[in-house]
Design a protein around this ligand. Sequence first.
Ligand code: NAD
Length: 295
Amino acid sequence: MNIAFIGLGNMGAPMARNLLKAGHHLYLFDLNKAVLAELAAMGGTISTSPKDAAQAGDLVITMLPAAAHVRSVYLNEDGVLAGIRAGTPAVDCSTIDPQTARDISTAAAQQGVDLGDAPVSGGTGGAAAGTLTFMVGASAALFDTLHPVLAQMGRNIVHCGEVGTGQIAKICNNLLLGISMIGVSEAMALGNALGIDTGVLAGIINSSTGRCWSSDTYNPWPGIIDTAPAARGYTGGFGAELMLKDLGLATEAARQAHQPVILGAVAQQLYQAMSLRGEGGLDFSAIVKGYQKPS
Ligand code: NAD
């Protein structure tokens, strides 16, 4: 299939590589020329604009940093909607607010284009391994069209409902994740300060009612889980700046819905303080440092 792929960063580039390996022909666009050259060497064609890429694609996929980039890539003069043919399906995999996802989809529908949202979880490791989870907000027909291609980049392809619901699922999950990581940090630090062996404490939590992904898979305390970022100085993994971005999306969506997210707002401020300390590039589990004496 001819696929227009726009946004080839930490996530988009490995996703595009998997589509090239699966035998698709990709029309590529990004502002970063180096990544375009690398993917062209794998067989992709470099496009001159989102419009140019969309004109050539039988499917359009975008993977961009934030809502402002998504708006410009779709709606600008040389954007996707200026080039896409009516009837061509499109999907935005960026993490953005649900309202922008709906607005862009409405603009696309006016041109006979069915555009869905499919944000992902699984991080850069999952993007490289082709094991991402896609949370898809789309009509049933568009979901069926997208499924085989998304399955070449991911393992779990979940239809969440109509357009925008993929983004809702993503921001609600990350709201909880951001909060649970702080809760585990607090419990581990308190146990340590009170004198229990932290390995014993983690074992108790992970076989008791406090167990969660932040404790049993990604425990922020060093020396508990060999594969967690805590074991490698909080490098790699899911950056605190990205968590901060997702908590911002959640609190803003909550404001629009008049829905309180009390712990989410506190969590947002704790990651904000982490960012101010210059630690925004570390994995988000480094939030635990705020509970430890500086070494
Ligand atoms: P990134 O910043 O590494 O990549 C974004 C890419 O978009 C860059 O290559 C940039 O040059 C390109 N870009 C920006 N503006 C553009 C424009 N106008 N036209 C064309 N290209 C443009 O970001 P990422 O880590 O790949 O994340 C992409 C999305 O996925 C974000 O919404 C992020 O929140 C989400 N996400 C990231 C992760 C992760 O672990 N990195 C995990 C899940 C979801």
